[in-house]
Write a protein that binds this ligand. Structure first.
Ligand SMILES: C[S@@+](CC[C@H](N)C(=O)[O-])C[C@H]1O[C@@H](n2cnc3c(N)ncnc32)[C@H](O)[C@@H]1O
Length: 376
């Protein structure tokens, strides 16, 4: 069987990965365009690739430029001020003697760009360019930034770098990691004859210390990495989530998502749910329950236990709890509505105004309490 080269062909998992990035970017622009105190959005694709792969498949830079263009046309020919950086150090694998970044520039210039959108192209080492990107977003008045980090392997990726990107509290990071390639050697990092390479050892040591746990499977590996990223970034108030794709041959890839903003986190979850509802063939998406599966999951029980553990829980607490457990406000609302009908749960006003809805939403102007009347 002919193996396609992942460097020049868009493989199925990459397609799903790019769809996720693209869907997220569209939602991100929509939300930030309506946020009054945001004056500039930065999008940094610092390992941006070829622009267009073989068979005319679009890579992340072209997708991003098209998403910005679509945003502009579907918002009455307007869009926020945006600065996009594309960076790639490599030589094209498709066009001999041409830099990848020059291809991105050439294809990118054909896409309509609103006047207040700047696009810049670089051919630098990721390690030297990302601090400049961080510095730029942190020194720009009322700015927000999105980093899309899509390496071939994991050698260039260090947890400290991710932390540096997030430290200003105004950025989000989408980091793509080849989980099964990392897991293959992850349990032997402490051995003297370790074959996985220094970057993997450093990656694991910086998250778990020099005595890392045993990973039982690739999914356990992803879960433990996610947990330790959460602990590592806790003091910065960062939410961490993952999205896992499995490709034929058991290769598992995972997108790690980091944000300091709960609304950004909700947006990422909404993107995951969207992807799951339109689940394509060729990859399975782990840990993303489809809506009908909620009933089968333990979420209602967990939510009930959360509310019952104290006198009452506020709508703001329940909003956050739902997200932290991977569920959107619409899912939580469905559970609460059912309980109200069944007389299991009672709503109380905490702000003196009459209570009608649940108000499970970001930054709600209402304060509502939920009390358990009859446990599940
Ligand atoms: C997986 S590809 C990116 C694919 C791209 N997102 C797309 O959609 O087509 C990773 C890219 O990182 C580039 N790269 C690898 N190491 C780099 C480094 N240290 N600095 C800058 N670019 C690097 C490679 O040339 C390669 O094009």
């Amino acid at each position: 069987m002919n193996q396609l080269d992942p460097k020049t062909h868009l493989l199925e998992h990459s397609e799903a990965k790019l769809k996720l990035y693209d869907t997220y970017l569209a939602k991100y622009l929509n939300i930030l365009a309506r946020t009054p105190y945001v004056e500039r959005i930065f999008v940094f694709d610092l390992l941006c690739g070829e622009g267009i792969l073989r068979e005319n498949a679009k890579g992340s830079p072209i997708m991003a430029l098209e998403t910005i263009k679509d945003h502009y046309y579907s918002n009455n020919r307007s869009c926020p001020n945006i600065t996009v950086w594309f960076n790639d150090i490599g030589q094209s694998e498709i066009e001999h003697g041409v830099l990848k970044i020059d291809r991105v520039k050439r294809f990118g210039e054909k896409i309509y760009r609103p006047q207040n959108v700047n696009v810049e192209f670089f051919q630098e080492d990721y390690e030297s360019i990302y601090p400049k990107a961080v510095q730029l977003v942190n020194s720009t008045y009322r700015a927000k930034g999105l980093f899309f980090i899509d390496p071939y392997g994991y050698k260039a990726i260090k947890p400290e770098d991710i932390r540096n990107m997030l430290e200003g509290n105004n950025t989000e990071v989408l980091l793509w990691l080849p989980a099964s390639f990392m897991y293959r050697f992850a349990n032997s990092v402490t051995r003297s004859d370790f074959k996985g390479g220094e970057p993997l050892r450093e990656f694991i040591f910086s998250l778990f210390g020099s005595n890392p746990p045993t990973f039982k499977s690739v999914y356990d590996f992803i879960e433990q990495i996610t947990g330790s990223f959460r602990a590592y970034l806790r003091e910065l108030g960062i939410f961490v989530d993952t999205f896992t794709l499995e490709r034929g041959g058991g290769n598992v890839y995972s997108l790690f998502f980091f944000t300091s903003h709960i609304k950004g986190y909700e947006t990422m979850l909404a993107t995951k749910w969207d992807m799951d509802e339109n689940r394509g063939k060729g990859h399975t998406i782990d840990k993303t329950l489809s809506f009908s599966e909620i009933q089968l999951s333990a979420y209602p029980q967990k939510l009930m236990a959360f509310i019952a553990s104290t006198e009452y829980r506020t709508n703001a607490e329940i909003y956050k709890f739902g997200l932290e457990n991977g569920f959107l406000p619409k899912h939580t609302n469905n559970v609460l509505r059912k309980w109200k009908k069944e007389g299991r749960c009672e709503l109380i006003s905490l702000d003196g105004q009459p209570v009608r809805g649940n108000h499970i939403e970001y930054n709600s102007s209402r304060r509502v309490g939920f009390k358990v009347k009859q446990n599940l």
